[in-house]
Design a protein around this ligand. Sequence first.
Ligand code: SF4
Ligand code: SF4
Length: 427
Amino acid sequence: MTASTTDYRAMWQSLGLNLEAHDALLAVIPVLYQDVYLSQSDRPEGMAYFDFVMSEIHGLRVKELVDHKAAGGTVVGTFCLYVPEEIIRALGGQCVGLCAGAEWAYSEVERILPQNTCALIKSFMGFKLGKVCPYAEVCDLVVGETTCDGKKKAYELLGELAPVYVMELPQMKRPEDRALWRTEIDRLVAKLEETSGQRLTADNLARAIKEVNDKRRALQRLNEARKALPAPISGKDALLAVQVAFYDDLPRFTSMVNKLADELEARVAAGQGAAPANSPRLLVTGTPMAIPNWKVHDIIEKTGAVVVTEELCTGYRYYAKLVDETATTVPDMLEAIAERYLDINCACFTPNEGRIDDILRLAREYNVDGIVQYHLQFCGPYQIESTRVERAMREAGLPVLRLDTDYSPGDAGQLSTRIEAFLEMLK
Ligand code: SF4
Ligand code: SF4
């Protein structure tokens, strides 16, 4: 990855970024990307697109969003899979994921949030307080949700810095919870109609449902290819594709992922792998990994294993389910959207047996040798749920390794030692 050659400083300045701090952030990413991504051998050629996207991470895509706004469109930031992208797009909006995967401005963050807050929350607050994220600054509206307590309360503080709207997400999936969620979808429609000045119609919503489904279908194809032995793409490349899905231009992204999937299918037919066929195959499950959090995949793959599937929000949970495309009226389409989104199995729900079923099924389908439970420290929902996940995996005869970490590189050596020992045990 080479840094962009275009000068975007005037745009960053107009967005109110702290240019000095932003320069420091941008200086770190190419070095990290070189070490994690470009050092790999035998990558699919289609990954060149993602290298390009990363080289322009704060440049071209942000300019597209600025131009979109100048043409009368809106930009809506989200932090969670439960916020329906279809409704945002139907109303002329571009949806961008704002979760951040790097430590930034923690000294400022820890003045307003407890030190023992998960890295994901600290990171997005740090990016906002430090004024280094052009995506956060370009948003007309940020849509939060009542998932975990940390996020819920952090949105109150974020609301002092940006326009924030919060959806009430139930924490159970009983009929009355589904009814509440359905009314929350209507509330979101009203809020987004007000923000965008546009009306939801059967035409614009049907088009958006199809577009977002097409993106998920493309990611499903890419991930289907990873079932092959040897895996035709590394876990970290596949992870990057899903991370980029959260903010790239949707039709372009879908087309590039389909091209990559074509290439992967050809590699599978030719028996060409991104790692030797005898590399241990691992499933990673747990908390989301936002860009540029590639730490655990990188260590696993440098230790000689290959990640073949992720039961993560930056993985299977993002692309697995589609919205039913057969509805013809706005209320029926919204019902289908409500249904699809509440079907995601996040640890914020109780009970959450569906997640365990998903992990067991993925482990079988991807023929994995072991499971890595990855949690951000201080993430109550996933850390606590890990006890039941581990028990179910052991009962199924699947070896499990649990890693609790954060975004700092400080524990990389220790993680590497533990992963090496796990792989040794798998032999
Ligand atoms: S882990 Fe749960 S709360 Fe976090 S992004 Fe995923 S669905 Fe949302
Ligand atoms: S990682 Fe856990 S604690 Fe952090 S925002 Fe997600 S669910 Fe909440």
